[in-house]
Write a protein that binds this ligand. Structure first.
Ligand code: NAD
Length: 467
């Protein structure tokens, strides 16, 4: 009998009001049922929102350095449980153990960064244009942050949202992807054990189109942070736009690696294999296009095909596996429709334009750097790009002209670090960033304060002073 899991609402593990559950299965062995998870309904979401309001009232008044201490303990617990969580994650998501350990590590890094931010969370004090007057700004918590996350980084992506949201003093409602509810459960257990007041976090499992939607459409959830497909993000964006909500969207990608004639080809080869086939290609930053300058095109393509053939596919929990299974049968069928390395692709073809989200690489030949940049930019997405070259002038020109949120030079399209801003342009995002210091702007409201201690009415822009 598999275990039956619950939601975490109003400080307790509770069964869903619907009485319905779904099976969470191991993608490497469909007969292995990890557990039954709540298929919750809108009523569960309503209870979560009511509880989060109480959590917010308390947590928003807790001093930020103290909130930071809780996140420090969260980081410590994640360190202790890194291996156990990584194994559970590989079992439900499929990617190999080295990668799920990396996924937990990203959560640890994010927790420790957030912990120290509790003693910064800077506002500004600037000179006023008037005498005997102070002008300053500081950050306030906003309210309830609704977090909707995808399946491919079951721990890291929730922590990118949750830890800064909590550090800023918000309460959070977490709706994990249906394919990875167990990792979500383990993360919430850590938060509670670390001493987070129970009503500050709520975990509501279930379908995005039911509970995710109920959260997005509720007026008492003023902040929504979503990572997932551009299609779902557009739906959420339409609702949030009408309701004037603060919204962060991180969506699809069609990332390219450019290899120039002068590149170190062995280095580029390691980079493209990791970028295209790591996480079985199921990364928003996966390399799905390889743009090769004409002189090295044939040779490098042969090198890629030779090595790609030798990659060892298998269950993620086995040491010798280099590439784990795809998340489920629908994803497998979608990728089978495209296959693995496509040579002779021309810019504009479907395989060169659409996000496949699997181990598929479209190879395009170009004359020079200008053409490579044009091909890179001519897609609807703009998450990451990579350039392999020894020409420093060309590299700096490309950094300016590649239309992406992230550009790597002599490194693959994947490899974000927790303390750096992360996000994409065009239809990948909506201008916000996760990671680093910038995410703290998203989860806090800036309040501007003027204190006039002159004892007289001083009118800005009218009572101007001479030196
Ligand atoms: P998805 O869009 O199918 O689902 C993401 C989440 O949205 C899930 O939790 C789902 O339950 C929820 N959801 C679905 N419909 C909803 C609705 N109507 N209202 C509210 N919530 C709803 O994405 P996925 O298949 O889990 O993840 C893959 C996608 O995520 C890819 O497109 C990938 O590029 C993208 N992704 C982007 C980034 C990034 O940072 N840019 C990172 C990881 C993944």
């Amino acid at each position: 009998m598999s275990e039956t899991f619950k939601n975490f609402i109003a400080g307790e593990w509770v069964a869903p009001s619907t009485g319905e559950y779904f099976d969470n299965r191991n993608p490497a062995d469909w007969n292995d049922v990890i557990g039954k998870f709540p298929r919750s309904g809108p009523a569960d979401m309503l209870k979560a929102i009511e509880s989060a309001k109480r959590g917010f009232a308390r947590w928003s008044k807790t001093p930020a350095p103290i909130r930071g201490q809780v996140l420090q303990r969260v980081g410590d617990l994640l360190v202790e449980r890194k291996d156990a969580i990584a194994k559970a994650m590989t079992r439900e998501m499929g990617k190999v153990l080295a990668e799920t350990r990396g996924d937990v590590q990203e959560g640890i890094d994010t927790a420790f960064y957030a912990a120290t931010e509790g003693r910064r969370l800077f506002g500004r004090t600037v000179p006023s244009e008037l005498r005997n007057k102070w002008a300053m700004s500081y950050r306030r918590p906003i309210g309830i942050a609704g977090l909707i996350t995808p399946f491919n980084f079951p721990l890291a992506i929730p922590t990118w949202k949750m830890f800064p949201a909590l550090l800023c003093g918000n309460a959070v409602i977490f709706k994990p992807a249906e394919d990875v509810p167990h990792t979500g459960h383990l993360l919430v257990e850590v938060l509670i054990e670390a001493g987070l007041p129970p009503e500050v976090v709520q975990l509501v499992h279930g379908q995005g189109s039911v509970v995710g939607r109920a959260m997005v459409e509720h007026r008492d959830v003023p902040v929504i942070s979503f990572t997932g497909s551009t299609e779902t993000g557009s739906l959420i964006g339409a609702t949030c736009g009408k309701m004037h909500k603060r919204l962060s969207l991180e969506m699809g990608g069609k990332n390219a690696m450019i290899v120039m004639d002068d590149a170190d080809l062995d280095l580029a080869l390691d980079g493209v294999l990791w970028g295209a086939f790591g996480t079985t290609g199921q990364r928003c930053t996966a390399t799905s296009r390889l743009i090769l300058q004409d002189k090295i095109h044939d040779r490098f393509l042969r090198m890629v095909c030779d090595r790609a053939e030798k990659l060892r596919l298998g269950p993620g929990l086995e040491d010798k596996s280099e590439v784990g299974p795809l998340i489920h049968e629908v994803a497998r069928q979608k990728v089978a429709e495209y296959a693995t390395v496509f040579a002779g692709v021309k810019a504009g073809m479907r395989v060169e334009q659409e996000e496949i989200f699997g181990p598929a690489l479209a190879v395009i030949k170009v004359k020079d750097l200008d053409e490579a940049i044009r091909v890179n930019n001519d897609v609807i997405y703009g998450l990451s790009s990579a350039l392999y070259t020894r020409d420093v002038n060309g590299a700096f020109r490309a950094i300016e002209d590649l239309d992406n949120g992230i550009t790597y030079v002599n490194a693959p399209t994947i490899g974000a670090e927790a303390h750096m801003p992360f996000g994409g342009v065009k239809q990948t995002g909506n201008g916000h960033r996760e990671g680093g210091w910038e995410v703290y702007d998203f989860y806090s409201e800036t309040k501007t304060v003027y204190v006039d201690y002159s004892g007289t009415l001083q009118r800005a822009q009218i009572d101007t002073y001479q030196t």
